[in-house]
Design a protein around this ligand. Structure first.
Ligand code: FMN
Length: 339
């Protein structure tokens, strides 16, 4: 097991060449740029890649507490962590204290460095079950569930929230204080209500208010589309860290402070190939390629690769052919195709 079971973690942090950006209780975090939870994208290969590119911390996507407790095959796959992806936040959703506590212990046993509680997912199937952002309507229940999680594990517990259910019930300060009083060691705030889904603008002022209201580290999320936005959101909110969400898809270079148009195709191809290789190893040939396509589509944006060529690469149903083609293209770069 990891986490606080290792003694003197803070001491270890202070021995680093540079001081950590912040601590999640006693866990040192060596930077402010963090891979956001992105269900459907941030599986083990993508988390590993983002860590390699400099993400200081990575989240899993949503993990169902019930799925973990009942040992569903999907949950088992999502609990396979790689040594290179730590420090890692495992994110749970649920609304049953016993199941959440049991799932949190399983996450800890599998090596999660932090157990996160989702109170922000606004997907219809999640809120219909009374999970995720639906819990924002019942802050007392949030307090109870977080307390159960904190009591269940030795690693730190965090939570990721939205600003409230809708414009008329933006209870983010109340929820943030309840989270802190219940023992979270960090919270992430997506600056939208559940009703907004991903529309409109993220309210960075509200995130700044949360940062002012609590003592634990706060991570800001929403509308970070490019490198310049990272400095803007940090200055605006004073937050300890920034979650990079959609902007990381197809662009792990963002963790190195580079926007995708600044990365030539010749530099992208070896990364695309490595990412694909890891996907095939992790998910198997068929599923690995299928799940990789949405990453590939994003990797190929803002290049001179023709529409037709892009289409062909996205259509291949044999990874070996796609890999051979990309490798061949790489030998011709940057003269034939370049950004
Ligand atoms: C495809 C997708 C999947 C997401 N999955 C999760 C999730 O599993 N858990 C969660 O807390 N947030 C999830 N989010 C929300 C993001 O973590 C983030 O808060 C939001 O996208 C705003 O940040 P961005 O503008 O940088 O993408 C997801 C967002 C997207 C677009």
């Amino acid at each position: 097991m990891r986490g606080t079971l290792e003694p003197n973690r803070r001491d270890r942090g202070t021995l680093l060449a540079h001081s950590p950006a912040f601590f999640i209780r006693d866990l040192p975090i060596d930077g402010a740029l963090i891979l956001a939870p992105l269900s459907g994208y941030n599986d083990q290969p993508f988390r590993r890649l983002c860590r390699e590119f400099g993400a200081a911390l990575v989240y899993t996507g949503l993990l169902s507490a019930s799925g973990i407790v009942y040992g569903s095959p999907r949950s088992a796959e999502m609990l396979r962590f790689h040594p290179d992806e730590h420090p890692l936040v495992g994110q749970l959703f649920g609304n049953d204290g016993d199941k959440l506590a049991a799932a949190a212990r399983t996450l800890e046993t599998h090596g999660a460095d932090v157990v996160d509680f989702n109170i922000g997912c606004a997907e219809p199937k999640v809120v219909k079950g009374g999970y995720g952002a639906a819990l924002l309507k019942d802050p007392v229940q949030i307090g109870y569930l977080v307390t159960r999680l904190v009591q269940a594990v030795r690693v730190p517990v965090s939570a990721k929230m939205r600003l409230g259910w809708d414009a008329a019930s933006r209870n983010y300060l109340e929820v943030a204080r309840i989270l802190e009083d219940s023992g979270v060691a960090m919270m992430a705030v997506h600056g939208r209500t559940a009703e907004q889904q991903y529309g409109g603008h993220a309210d960075w002022d509200a995130i700044a208010e949360v940062k002012q209201a609590v003592r634990v580290p706060v991570l800001a999320s929403g509308d970070v589309k490019c490198v310049a936005d990272i400095a803007r959101i940090r200055a605006h909110t004073g937050c300890d860290g920034v979650l990079i969400g959609r902007a990381a898809i197809g662009n792990p270079w963002i963790f190195q402070g580079r926007d995708l148009p600044d990365v030539p195709l010749s530099e992208r191809v070896p990364v695309i190939l490595r990412h694909l290789q890891w996907m095939l190893e992790f998910h198997g040939a068929e599923q690995g390629l299928k799940r990789f396509r949405k990453h590939l589509r994003r990797y190929l944006t803002s290049t001179d690769v023709s529409r037709q060529q892009r289409h062909q690469w996205l259509e291949w149903d044999a990874a070996t052919i796609l890999m051979a083609e990309l490798a061949e293209v790489a030998t011709r770069l940057p003269t034939d195709i370049s950004t």
